[in-house]
Design a binder for this molecule. Structure first.
Ligand code: DX5
Ligand code: ZN
Length: 228
């Protein structure tokens, strides 16, 4: 699978979301960061804006819920038009039930891990998921520096995916840019969220193409991909 690049609209102009979606034409997914000021110390947007945005763009929406009680809210984001819904392992009381509800409503189910949350306790849950998100910064804000200490977790997760023969996508989010994306791809990521590295440029669509090219080149040389 070619590397997928998901621009994060957290770094876009919230007053011009439809135009900002057009500015990244060719992106695989549009990454929508939902923050509730409780799970993370920042507040962004909710169901009504996701609903409007899904009508305003053909790019599928990848909703990253950084909220408390995702068990209750996640299905509503599918109904609002999200093609993929990610809840945090640290916030979910019933991750298996929530993942099944997301899938039953017709979206891809995904679970995220904060930097201090290990993957190992979730090994048996992986078949319930379509994607796993490894945060490469502490969630809450765009523009933070990439945490290199997350690379071993990405490698171990890629090994678990291979061990179980899963079709699970492995997403990274936080500090992904031209200078860090190759390390992520080499370690095993295949879906890349990029906020500031896409929107803080003169040509966001070109930034998406550049990042995808870099990721594809790094993946081609990666041992985990050669074994396929
Ligand atoms: C941070 C969000 C990210 C954020 C990434 O908590 O989950 O999606 O937008 O922004 P950059 O790419 O600038 O680190
Ligand atoms: Zn995010």
């Amino acid at each position: 699978m070619a590397a997928q690049i998901n621009p994060s609209i957290l770094s876009a102009d919230f007053a011009r979301l439809a135009d900002e979606a057009k500015a990244v034409e060719g992106a695989d997914w549009l990454h929508v960061d939902v923050m509730d000021n409780h799970f993370v110390p920042n507040l962004t947007l909710g169901v009504p804006i996701v609903e409007s945005l899904s009508r305003a763009t053909d790019i599928p929406l990848d909703c990253h819920l950084m909220i408390e009680d995702p068990d209750r809210w996640a299905p509503q984001y599918v109904e609002a038009g999200a093609g993929s819904v990610t809840f945090h392992a640290e916030a979910a009381a019933a991750p298996v039930r929530t993942a099944r509800e997301i899938r039953a409503k017709g979206a891809r189910a995904s679970m995220a891990l904060k930097p201090a949350t290990p993957i190992e306790p979730y090994e048996d849950l992986l078949p319930e998921l379509d994607m796993l998100l490894i945060m490469t910064v502490e969630p809450g804000f765009g523009g933070q520096s990439f945490l290199d200490i997350m690379l071993p977790k990405i490698r171990r997760t890629r090994q678990l995916i291979a061990k179980h023969g899963l079709e699970l996508w492995l997403q990274v989010d936080g500090g992904v840019s031209a200078s860090t994306i190759e390390r992520c791809a080499e370690a095993g990521a295949d879906v890349f969220v990029a906020g500031s590295a896409v929107y803080n440029t003169d040509d966001p669509a070109a930034a998406v193409r550049m990042l995808r090219h870099q990721a594809d080149e790094a993946t081609a040389k990666a041992p985990w991909a050669c074994a396929h």
